[in-house]
Design a binder for this molecule. Sequence first.
Ligand SMILES: NC(=O)c1ccc[n+]([C@@H]2O[C@H](COP(=O)([O-])OP(=O)(O)OC[C@H]3O[C@@H](n4cnc5c(N)ncnc54)[C@H](O)[C@@H]3O)[C@@H](O)[C@H]2O)c1
Length: 341
Amino acid sequence: MSTNDIGLAIVGAGGWGKNHVRVFASMPGVSLKYVCDKSEKVREAVGRTYPNVQVIDDLSIALSDPSVHGVVVATDARSHHPLALAALRAGKDVFVEKPLTLSAATSAELCDLADTQNRILMVGHLLLYHPAVELLRSIIDSGELGEVLYLYAERLNLGVVRRDENAWWSLAPHDVSLAHYLLGADATSVSASGGVFLQREAGIEDVVFATLDIPGGRLAHVHVSWLDPHKTRRLTVVGSKKMAVFDDGSADQKLALFDKGVEPPPSLTYAEGVRVRTGDIRIPALRMAEPLGRECEAFIKAIRTREAPLATGRSGLAVVKVLEAGARSLSEQGRRVSTSS
Ligand SMILES: NC(=O)c1ccc[n+]([C@@H]2O[C@H](COP(=O)([O-])OP(=O)(O)OC[C@H]3O[C@@H](n4cnc5c(N)ncnc54)[C@H](O)[C@@H]3O)[C@@H](O)[C@H]2O)c1
């Protein structure tokens, strides 16, 4: 360890947080000092694999250590707000897994506190760090797709069935954050319908279909489910000139560009109709790198440079506004709910 190292603490080393532990424990220029988890089983497992890391059950020990610069919060979503708040109040830079918190009010509180304390607040919108998404965004920015008209995302699988949150809060943050990033705008309203099949008494939705209204008459549709025969993680973007598909389930064709479109003749008459153009499909070369590794590096870079990362706390807030409006719509039979209400 060198004096230049960034000192880190991770709280939550369960199913996903253990991946943060793995990545940060071997990252050059980083000293993973503490892993905090309230589960004894998790603490024992971390202690066995990483004997140089202090394993604790109380985050305040790490928060009072001045050699800890950053805190990674990878616990279940309910505890994101209190843990991130405590870390920011202790003067730490903070990375919070998705969703940032469970309400727009608590997410806004974290963003405001980070701003006034001049601290980094980053949210775990992992897919923003996916090389295919980075390329897709640059293709959209170049105008190659033309005007982006709408997009839709499918995130489906059989399991993992969560007991503490529904499929909307568990899975949709990925797709809502993609829509926010690729369309470059906040959704204005959300209409969502869902089905409760596996945990009827708890009323937990297993499948959700949601439509987001995006300024400019654009649409984003999100279909999430853990009760589906397909294992699908796919996003389709339809532009006025070309269309694109990001298929994260594909090993070698993660991004495909379709030279397809529909062109109205200059003066449309009923007899003329529209002209359909179907051209080539292009699979752009992609330099793959683990998105989680890139995301973790982005947090360290933000701590060092004091420059905001791509996945800012404010983008976390924008996503939570959509999730919250969608949750309200779900409970009101799909009523279109404003994200600012
Ligand atoms: N980016 C991704 O692709 C991705 C994937 C899966 C999960 N996640 C997110 O990661 C987070 C964790 O999910 P998970 O699947 O690992 O959950 P998990 O339940 O497997 O693990 C959570 C861990 O946090 C610990 N914990 C909870 N509250 C704590 C507290 N107050 N203090 C100390 N430890 C505490 C628990 O003991 C548990 O070990 C969630 O926010 C989830 O949405 C992100």
